[in-house]
Each structure stands twice: as structure tokens, then as C-alpha cells.
Design a protein around this ligand. Structure first.
Ligand SMILES: *[C@@H]1O[C@H](CO)[C@@H](O)[C@H](O)[C@H]1NC(C)=O
Ligand SMILES: *[C@@H]1O[C@H](CO)[C@@H](O)[C@H](O)[C@H]1NC(C)=O
Ligand SMILES: *[C@@H]1O[C@H](CO)[C@@H](O)[C@H](O)[C@H]1NC(C)=O
Ligand SMILES: *[C@@H]1O[C@H](CO)[C@@H](O)[C@H](O)[C@H]1NC(C)=O
Length: 745
């Protein structure tokens, strides 16, 4: 002892710093009401006796009370006496220099700053003699409400374990939830713990199951914690317990400050037989099956008896195989899948049809999937199957396929696989001669095809049997006309092709030529819309052939006459027209010419026929000399129309008019002109209204002569009277006499 003291003195002399050190845990500390709490106090680097004394004080606000002391039993404050006597509050010595203040059942009112002090036993006062720690005792608000699980589950089903937990949130306090199982004749085994940090602790015997997604904790914001164990096995049988713990983190170490445990209940697992293990069944149905090509087909894959966990996901794969009972080695193609993320994964073979929307794969309801073929083709007939997969999350955030169930195969047949269309061509208007009109109809007959289709047509001609087909014109499914190998651009307008009925087309050539002769047929295509833009041909058919032909006959001519009036007044103009019409194989206009003559059979005077005028085949006009003041003119309006105008008509122009025409035809081969027989028109009668003039011209002449005679007689009589009766008058003006002389002359 002396040595030690001496050593200490030497140390002091050497400048070693002896300084008492009192320490308590660093605060602030949080504890829960009702729990036992302890505050440790330790002293070091002191002089004097090894066993040290301690006392505790508590300060709340400005008030400080004595709590307990190791050496003075009268030390505790009056308010704490009972608790000290009952040892609810005591100080426990752990060693010479270490004690613990213990409160067996802490109260919220115990919250205070606690000071641990040691009386000095040192020769020199040095260091600290007391230390403080702040303690907060919070009310116990942790409530754990377990929900009894179903007492018995079938093997393979899931066990849902729910505990509802509520507590007051206090900063620095953390919660953990632990699920355990207590099996008969064995210790309680932790299955799964969530918290107190965000981590998860999985019991050793459950790690595999957790990694496979067979165990999952679901929490909701209301404080409900559910642990679901899927795919129950007999070993899952037992008593389930859940525990809620509150923790603080002190000096980097988790410190449990509260724990509540509740038994949830006993669960029995009923084993199933070998084939009883179905968590669900998959049924494939076809609510819509195409009866005809191009119609839609719908297949529905429905999962029934499913007890899907909330975190699990469903996926589907669709399969197709050609139904060929004779051939064993059938191949099955995958069409497309919906994966665990709901993404569509088309197979290579079906990629384009899926991309174009021709095939649609959808999830209609959580457990119902649909395969929709918008336009069923012949090649779509066969066997279909679907396979439904469940996906569970792994702890790494991935998805793992947890089960797969395949439906039975369903056969899809089209009512008929035969050709969908046939076409019949017929002549509507036969060509009779060059220049006439030819018209044919193409009547399609659709079999096994229905709405949503459009027809196209192509007109083909074959000059003779065995000759190659030449395309003339076509209408596409949008009914846009295209002239194909129709070479004569000058005759473009003489050709027409149109849709004349729901399933009928008309083709027409106006003014047929010798070169148009041949065998005509049509090819009708049936189209459906693949998507918004594209037509796809689903069927096609050729018609029979119809013959365009006609006899090459000599032309025959006819001549007709017309007049714009049949009765006119003198001095007016009349116009008459002679028209040559040609029927049969008409020659080109350049190869025909006409000589025209106009005749008059006068009404009055003579019964002789008068040639009025003529026009030779080159257009030279020759007029006959005329006796009266009227005149005539000739005109060629068009190749085959000729007019005669009579200007300033006179009485003599009345009568019957007619014309004659002499056609001249030039042979296409030799170029020689030859004359055809004369044509004579009918006669037209022209009446000139002369009656008024005829009736007044003689009376007018006689009247004029008579009045002149009477006037002359009166003058003479007057002159004689003047000579006889007025002889005495002397002053006769010379001028008057002169005038009278003149008048007598
Ligand atoms: C647990 O909480 C949920 C809602 O979060 C509630 O529906 C359920 O009834 C609660 N269970 C118990 C046993 O209180
Ligand atoms: C795991 O299960 C076996 C057999 O059921 C048991 O003996 C063992 O104690 C369990 N392990 C733990 C950590 O509970
Ligand atoms: C659903 O399951 C029950 C019993 O597990 C069974 O009787 C029933 O036939 C199943 N239903 C279907 C559609 O598979
Ligand atoms: C003109 O008069 C002559 C003689 O009188 C007659 O022969 C002739 O036919 C007349 N011509 C016409 C155009 O009337």
C-alpha cells in the first residue's frame, strides 16, 4: 500500500496526471415504461480505498432530488422512499469501482438527467467526480394483435400469418417483427425477422425457401405484417408465434428496449396424394372460331381454382401445332408469350403477324388470357394450347418461375378450306362491227368469305388460243383503275372498268377496232386488311374466256335531209342539211369522200327538175345559173354533213328539194378511189309565202293609171275654162303662162 502510494507520489512528481474519472453511458437513453432499466456508473484513476462509494441524483428542470446512495440509506428523497424500500429502485454493486442504478419497473416520470457522483478519496482533488446521463422513459404504446391463421391447410397451399402491430413513433426507436414456429418436441425456431433496420433475417432452415420465393412478408401502412409461406409442406405444421421488439442503437450496438410476443395459433398441414397437388387448373376455350377464311378466331386461356399470392405474377405462352393425325412427328411452334413483366415476347415465326396486329395476345383479367387471330388463314387451322406460369420474386429482386400448367390442346378448323372465290365472265354488249361498243361483266361468287373483304379485278386478253395473256386494265382493292399493257394511248378514253355491283365488275371498250379481237377474261382477287395500311390477298380466281369478234362487212350508206323550216316569207334565208350515215365496217374518214348534189323540183311553172348546186369530192362547189334574184350557198359542216342555204328567197324557190350523194372509198391496200352507188335523199317541201304581193300588185297598177288620167283630164278642163271665161283679164303674169306651157308639154 505504501509502495503504491509512493509510486503514485513518484508519478505525480514525474508529472503523470492522476485524475479521477467518473463515467456513465453516453446518452440520451430512451427506455420504455414498465421495463427494467439500469444505468451503470464507473470510476477510475482514483486514490484511496479501492472500494468506492456512489450516489445518484436526478434532475428534472431546475429541481434535483437524491435517488439512492451506496453508503447512506437516508439519502433517497422522500418521494422515492417507498420504491427504494420495495427495491423497485436500488443500486447494485458490480465491483469496487462499478455500480448500477436499477429501476425494476420504470415509469414515464423517471425521465430525468441522472448524475452519478463519487465522494473524493484522493489526496489531491483532480479529474471529475460525477457524470450525467439523460434518460427518457416513454409510455408503452406497442400493441401486438395476432390474427389466427387457418388451422388446417392442404399441402401445396399457402399459410398466411398476420400480426397487426401499432406503436408510437419515437425518433431513435426501431421495430422488429419476428415470426417463429414451435413444433412439438422441439425448440421454438425463428423463421423470419424483419428489422430493426431494413434488413431481413431468415432462419437457417428457411433460407432455401426464401430464395425460391416461397416466403414473403407483406406490410401495409396500417401496421399489418403478413408472412406468407407458399407451397405448404408437412414440416410447416406447428404453433406459430410472432414477436414485436423495439430497439435503440447505443454506441453502435442494437439495444432491445421492449419485446412483445403473441401466439398466433396452431396450423396443421394436410398431406395430399400424389396427384392431388394442384394449385390450379388451366382451361382453354374458343369463344369465336372462324367459319370462313379471313374471319377472326379467339382462344381464351382461363386459370381456375387459383390461389395466387399478391406478389406472384402470371405469364402465358401460346402454342400451335399442325393437326395431322397421320403424321406422328408434328412440330409445335410457340406463337408468343406474356412474360412475368406482362411484356409480349413474339416468336420469330410469328413476329411479323404480331407486329402488324394480325395476332393479338392479351391478358384480359388477372387470370384470363386471350389469343386473337384477326383474319384466320388456312394455315392457322391446327391445334392450339396455352401454358400458364406463375412467377415469384426472388430476394435479389428477380422473378423465378414457380409453376407452369399447360392446357389441353384445342383444334381449330375452318368450315371449308376450299377456294374462296369463283368468277364468271359474260358478254353484256357484243361488238358488231368496227366502232361499236363491247362490254363484258365479271361476276364473282364468294365462298367462305365474309365481311371486311375487298375485291380486285384484272382484265386479260389473249389474241388467240395459246397466245400469251396480255393485261389490259385492273382495279385494285381500293378500286383504283390502272391501265396495264394498254398500248394505244390515243384510245385511253375508250376503255372503262368499274365495279358495278357488290361482286360484279364491268369492262367496256368503245369504238372497237380489228386489233381488239381476242379472248377476254378476268381475274378476281379477294383481299382483307392486315392492318391499317396493308391489303393481303386471301383468294384469287380466273374466269372463263369470252370472245370479242365481229364480221368485217362493206360499209353501207344512208342519206337523210332536213330543213330548218318548211315555210318562209320572201327575202328570208332557209337552211337545209343532208347527212350521210355509215353503218357496218366504217372506213377511216380519210378514206371516204362524197359528191353532193342539190335539186329543186319547182312548185310553179314547170315540172322540170333543176340542179341547184353541187360539191365534188374535193369540196369544189359549182352553182347553176339562176333566173331570179335569190342565191344559194353550199357548205360542208363535217365529213358527213352538208348544208344548202338559200338567201333572199323568191316565189320561184318554192318546191321540193332533195340531195344526192355519191360516196367514194379509197382502198386501204391499193390507195385507189372507187365510186359507190348514188344515194338519193327524200324530198323536203319549201313554201314561199307570196300571196299578199300577188293580190295587191294589179289593183295598185290600175289605181295609179286611173288617178293619173283623172288628174290630166281635170287640168285640161281647167285650162279650157280659163281661156274662154277670163279673156278680158289684161294682166296675166308671164311666169304663170310659162308654167302652163310647161304643164301642157
Ligand atoms: C389487422 O389490420 C388489418 C388492416 O391493416 C385489418 O383488416 C385486420 O382486421 C386487422 N386484424 C386484426 C386481428 O386486428
Ligand atoms: C432445422 O430443422 C431440423 C429438422 O427439422 C431441426 O432439427 C433443426 O433444429 C432445425 N434448425 C434450426 C436452426 O432450428
Ligand atoms: C377446384 O378445386 C376443387 C377442390 O380442390 C375441385 O373439386 C374442383 O373440381 C376444382 N375446379 C376446377 C374447375 O378444376
Ligand atoms: C330560167 O329560165 C329558162 C327559160 O325561161 C328555163 O329554161 C330555166 O329552167 C330557168 N332556170 C331556173 C333555174 O328556173
Amino acid at each position: 500500500m505504501i509502495n503504491l502510494t509512493g509510486l503514485c507520489n513518484i508519478c505525480l512528481v514525474l508529472g503523470l496526471n492522476w485524475a479521477r474519472k467518473v463515467s456513465v453511458p453516453p446518452g440520451p437513453l430512451v427506455r420504455v415504461e414498465g421495463q427494467t432499466l439500469s444505468l451503470r456508473c464507473e470510476v477510475s484513476d482514483y486514490e484511496g480505498p479501492p472500494e468506492q462509494d456512489f450516489d445518484w441524483k436526478a434532475t428534472r428542470g431546475s429541481e434535483t432530488i437524491n435517488v439512492i446512495s451506496t453508503f447512506d440509506s437516508s439519502f433517497p428523497d422522500q418521494s422515492l422512499k417507498d420504491r427504494v424500500i420495495s427495491e423497485d429502485i436500488r443500486v447494485q454493486r458490480l465491483g469496487d469501482s462499478t455500480v448500477e442504478l436499477r429501476i425494476r419497473e420504470s415509469k414515464v416520470t423517471d425521465s430525468a438527467t441522472y448524475t452519478c457522483s463519487t465522494p473524493s478519496t484522493d489526496s489531491v482533488i483532480s479529474g471529475n467526480y460525477h457524470a450525467n446521463v439523460q434518460l427518457t422513459v416513454i409510455a408503452d404504446m406497442l400493441v401486438l394483435v395476432p390474427e389466427a391463421p387457418v388451422s388446417s391447410v392442404t399441402e401445396g397451399r399457402s399459410i398466411s400469418l398476420r400480426c397487426n402491430i401499432s406503436y408510437d413513433f419515437v425518433e431513435g426507436i426501431y421495430l422488429s417483427v419476428t415470426y417463429s414456429i414451435k413444433k412439438e418436441h422441439s425448440l421454438e425456431e425463428d423463421i423470419f425477422t424483419f428489422g430493426p433496420d431494413v434488413g431481413v433475417t431468415v432462419g437457417l432452415n428457411f433460407t432455401r425457401r426464401y430464395a425460391d420465393g416461397g416466403m414473403h412478408l407483406h406490410m401495409d401502412s396500417g401496421g399489418s405484417y403478413s408472412l406468407v409461406l407458399s407451397g405448404a409442406v408437412p414440416a410447416d405444421e406447428g404453433m406459430y408465434v410472432c414477436a414485436a421488439r423495439q430497439w435503440t442503437r447505443e454506441q453502435g450496438v442494437w439495444n432491445r428496449i421492449q419485446e412483445k410476443t403473441a401466439v398466433m395459433g396452431q396450423v396443421a398441414v394436410v398431406p395430399t396424394g400424389e396427384d392431388g397437388l394442384q394449385t390450379f387448373t388451366v382451361a382453354l376455350d374458343s369463344p369465336v372460331v372462324a367459319q370462313y377464311l379471313g374471319e377472326p378466331t379467339e382462344l381464351v386461356c382461363k386459370v381456375t381454382n387459383i390461389s395466387l399470392f399478391r406478389w406472384e405474377r402470371l405469364g402465358v405462352s401460346w402454342f400451335y401445332s399442325v393437326a395431322s393425325p397421320s403424321n406422328d412427328q408434328r412440330t409445335t411452334d410457340i406463337i408468343a408469350s406474356l412474360n412475368e413483366n406482362g411484356a409480349l415476347v413474339p416468336s420469330e415465326k410469328y413476329r411479323s403477324r404480331i407486329a402488324s396486329g394480325h395476332i393479338v395476345v392479351t391478358q384480359m383479367e388477372p387470370a384470363t388470357f386471350k389469343l386473337h387471330l384477326l383474319h384466320t388463314a388456312n394455315t392457322d387451322a391446327g391445334e392450339y394450347a396455352c401454358s400458364v406460369m406463375t412467377w415469384a420474386p426472388t430476394r435479389h429482386g428477380n422473378w423465378k418461375k414457380s409453376s407452369e400448367h399447360r392446357s389441353h390442346a384445342l383444334t381449330v378448323r375452318l368450315a371449308s378450306k376450299g377456294p374462296g372465290v369463283s368468277v364468271a365472265a359474260r358478254i353484256v354488249r357484243p361488238a358488231t362491227s368496227t366502232g361499236s361498243t363491247f362490254e363484258m361483266a365479271c361476276q364473282a361468287r364468294l365462298k367462305n368469305l365474309q365481311a371486311g373483304i375487298s375485291l380486285s379485278v384484272l382484265i386479260l386478253v389473249q389474241e388467240s388460243i395459246g397466245a400469251p395473256n396480255r393485261k389490259l386494265a385492273s382495279l385494285n382493292p381500293d378500286l383504283i383503275l390502272k391501265l396495264e399493257d394498254w398500248l394505244e394511248s390515243s384510245r385511253k378514253d375508250s376503255l372503262s372498268l368499274l365495279k358495278s355491283g357488290r361482286e360484279e365488275f364491268r369492262f367496256r371498250i368503245q369504238g372497237v377496232q380489228l386489233t381488239d379481237k381476242g379472248f377476254y377474261s378476268c381475274e378476281v382477287g379477294v383481299w382483307t386488311r392486315q392492318d391499317r395500311n396493308e391489303w393481303a390477298e386471301v383468294a384469287k380466281a380466273d374466269s372463263n374466256k369470252v370472245l370479242l369478234t365481229f364480221d368485217h362487212t362493206r360499209p353501207s350508206f344512208e342519206l337523210s335531209i332536213s330543213s330548218d323550216t318548211s315555210s318562209i316569207y320572201p327575202w328570208e334565208t332557209v337552211k337545209m342539211e343532208c347527212i350521210v350515215s355509215v353503218s357496218g365496217t366504217s372506213p377511216n374518214t380519210d378514206d371516204v369522200a362524197y359528191e353532193i348534189r342539190w335539186y329543186l323540183s319547182p312548185l310553179r311553172g314547170s315540172d322540170s327538175l333543176t340542179l341547184l348546186a353541187s360539191m365534188d369530192r374535193w369540196g369544189m362547189v359549182k352553182k347553176s345559173p339562176r333566173n331570179d334574184s335569190s342565191d344559194c350557198s353550199l357548205e360542208r359542216l363535217r365529213a358527213q354533213r352538208f348544208t344548202l342555204n338559200i338567201h333572199g328567197t323568191q316565189d320561184s324557190d318554192a318546191g321540193e328539194y332533195y340531195c344526192t350523194a355519191t360516196p367514194w372509198i379509197r382502198s386501204g391496200i391499193s390507195g385507189v378511189w372507187s365510186k359507190e352507188p348514188d344515194l338519193i335523199s327524200k324530198r323536203v317541201f319549201l313554201n314561199v309565202k307570196f300571196a299578199l304581193w300577188d293580190s295587191i300588185k294589179l289593183p295598185l297598177l290600175y289605181g295609179t293609171c286611173a288617178s293619173l288620167s283623172v288628174g290630166l283630164f281635170s287640168l285640161i278642163l281647167g285650162f279650157v275654162c280659163a281661156r274662154c271665161c277670163c279673156r278680158n283679164t289684161t294682166h296675166t303674169p308671164r311666169s304663170r303662162i310659162k308654167l302652163m306651157d310647161l304643164e301642157i308639154d
